[in-house]
Design a protein around this ligand. Structure first.
Ligand SMILES: [Zn+2]
Length: 52
C-alpha cells in the first residue's frame, strides 16, 4: 500500500494511495530497478511479458 501519491513510471499518471498499481522489481544492466505502474500500464506490461 502506498502512503503517498506516486507517479506511474511509464505514463506519469498519479497513483494515489488506495489506487490499484503494480510494483515491479527487476535487474537491469545498470543495476536493480524498481518501478511503479498504474493499473492501465500494468495491464500492458502483463501483455508484454506474455509476448503479445
Ligand atoms: Zn501508467
Amino acid at each position: 500500500m502506498l502512503r503517498r501519491t506516486h507517479e506511474c513510471d511509464r505514463c506519469g499518471a498519479d497513483i494515489a494511495p488506495g489506487d490499484e498499481y503494480a510494483a515491479v522489481d527487476g535487474i537491469a544492466p545498470d543495476g536493480e530497478i524498481r518501478v511503479l505502474l498504474c493499473a492501465a500500464c500494468a495491464v500492458d506490461f502483463s501483455r508484454f511479458l506474455d509476448g503479445a
